[in-house]
Design a protein around this ligand. Structure first.
Ligand code: FAD
Ligand code: 2MC
Length: 393
């Protein structure tokens, strides 16, 4: 793929678990891109809520639009471990923008894995180039953590399904061209849910106001509303009743991706803390001379490493189609998003009052990574998934 073949000469120190030569090259490629295209803009995109579509398309030229999508439709055909390494590196430049790319990638993978050949050929070339953008639509006002209780309906009428209902908190909502919408075609519970590809122009599809958020400001979040929305029958993904399973399998990868974005936030926050404590002096010496500072840095690096090891193990299990993958993805997401948020907060503390100023970057990493403990399944839901796997026979 494009990402796999591109090589960058720049190498950087990452406190890292073992990755091979090709993975290091991908890491370096993504970090160089993030340093050049994301990092200088991150604070402006955050402050002014700018969705940087041109930067996304530049990233797609390197293969970031379909990292784990097959190559015949323009994807990079990489594994989940490589994908995780790339999302971590990109997030050091902008967490919010990278997280949107990760959702787009999840949608492309769902069409690639469960869509018909016609759907693949129709939608994926434009998605892998990010000429078109994609959104994932599961959550509803009345169905968040209890996603299987969703109430959007899809009723088959001749050559179309007619969709009615609304989706809440949709990342990319209103800006994306393609929406993967989970809707009920059958009875209550997970088995009654189906997955549809809905295009922005389809009759009966509209959007709510842009939400004002604590972070993730470089991507719009809106409600997606369906009022007698007509979707051609050929836009059903897989078969009726398969939608919840497709949605959950997409999210296993999504949870590893979001965890990877938290790793990038923590890595960048740790790097910023190291720079700051070497330069800032109090009591006639650099902050780095105090044992509290030294121990704090050691603790931050230790929990970053444990998070990274768990995320990379879960990614490897996805690559290997391991039967226990759902609970490992859940535990990795739980651990990495909680620990990495704490690393961002510790970095802010080591910056003192300067950490609280918007002139410094650490506040953005903190705000952007806070939501990773809530979305793609709250960390309480992650505990549910992990404990159910342990307690089931
Ligand atoms: P609730 O389910 O109401 O949960 C509230 C609290 O109760 C949480 O702490 C939760 O853990 C806890 N809780 C709930 N049930 C239990 C239980 N059984 N046991 C213990 N505790 C429980 N969704 C999409 O489909 N697509 C998107 O693109 C998308 N993007 C998002 C972007 C942002 C910025 C945000 C904030 C959300 C996004 N979401 C998206 C929605 C997100 O997935 C949900 O917010 C999340 O799943 C939680 O649902 P909820 O907000 O309804 O919270
Ligand atoms: N991987 C594979 N299959 C899964 C799965 C997973 N992670 N989670 C559930 N399933 C399967 C499960 O095996 C079962 O299938 P089967 O009956 O064939 O055995 C089916 O799905 C139903 O599962 P449960 O019986 O566990 O259903 P229940 O309703 O009790 O709980 C729960 C499901 C809570 C795990 C699910 O609703 C959930 O994950 N909720 C959180 C919702 C969420 O993550 N939303 C994120 C929205 S996207 C987002 O935030 C973005 C930013 C994009």
């Amino acid at each position: 793929g494009r990402a796999a073949s591109a090589v960058s000469s720049q190498s950087r120190h990452f406190a890292s678990s073992p990755i091979d030569h090709e993975q290091k090259e991908l890491q370096s490629l993504a970090r160089t891109f993030a340093d050049k295209e994301f990092a200088p803009m991150m604070q402006e995109w955050d402050e002014n809520q700018i969705f940087p579509v041109d930067a996304l398309r530049k990233g797609a030229e390197l293969g970031f639009g379909g990292l784990y999508t097959r190559e015949d439709v323009g994807g990079s055909g990489l594994g989940r471990l490589e994908t995780s390494v790339i999302f971590e590196a990109l997030s050091t430049g902008c967490v919010s923008t990278t997280a949107y790319i990760s959702i787009h990638n999840m949608c492309a993978w769902m069409i690639d894995s469960y869509g018909s050949e016609e759907q693949r050929q129709k939608y994926l070339p434009n998605l892998t180039s990010m000429e078109h953008l994609a959104s994932y639509c599961l959550t509803e006002p009345g169905a968040g953590s209890d996603a299987a209780s969703l109430s959007t309906t899809a009723v088959k009428k001749g050559s179309h399904y007619v969709l009615n209902g609304s989706k809440a908190f949709i990342s990319g909502g209103g800006s994306s061209d393609v929406y993967l919408i989970m809707a009920r075609t059958g009875g209550p519970g997970p088995k009654g849910i189906s997955c549809f590809i809905v295009e922005k122009g389809f009759k009966g599809l509209s959007f709510g106001k842009k939400e004002n958020k604590l972070g993730w400001n470089s991507q719009p979040t809106r409600a997606v509303i369906m009022e007698d929305c007509e979707v051609p029958v050929e836009n059903l993904v897989g078969v009726e009743g398969q939608g919840f399973s497709i949605a959950m399998k997409g999210l296993n990868g999504g949870r590893v991706n979001i965890g990877s974005c938290s790793l990038g936030a923590a890595q960048a926050s740790l790097e910023a803390a190291i720079e700051h404590v070497k330069v800032r002096k109090q009591f006639n010496q650099p902050l780095s001379n105090f044992q509290n500072t030294q121990f704090k840095l050691a603790d931050m690096a230790t929990s970053l490493l444990s998070s990274r090891l768990m995320i990379r193990q879960a990614a490897t299990m996805l690559d290997q189609n391991d039967p226990n993958v759902a609970s490992f993805c859940a535990m990795a997401k739980l651990h990495a998003t909680d620990e990495c948020f704490k690393i961002c907060d510790d970095s802010l503390q080591l910056h003192g009052g300067y950490g609280y100023l918007k002139d410094y970057k650490v506040n953005v990493y903190l705000r952007d990574s806070r939501v990773h403990r809530i979305l793609e399944g709250t960390n309480e839901v992650m505990r549910m998934v992990a404990s159910r796997a342990m307690l089931s026979d």
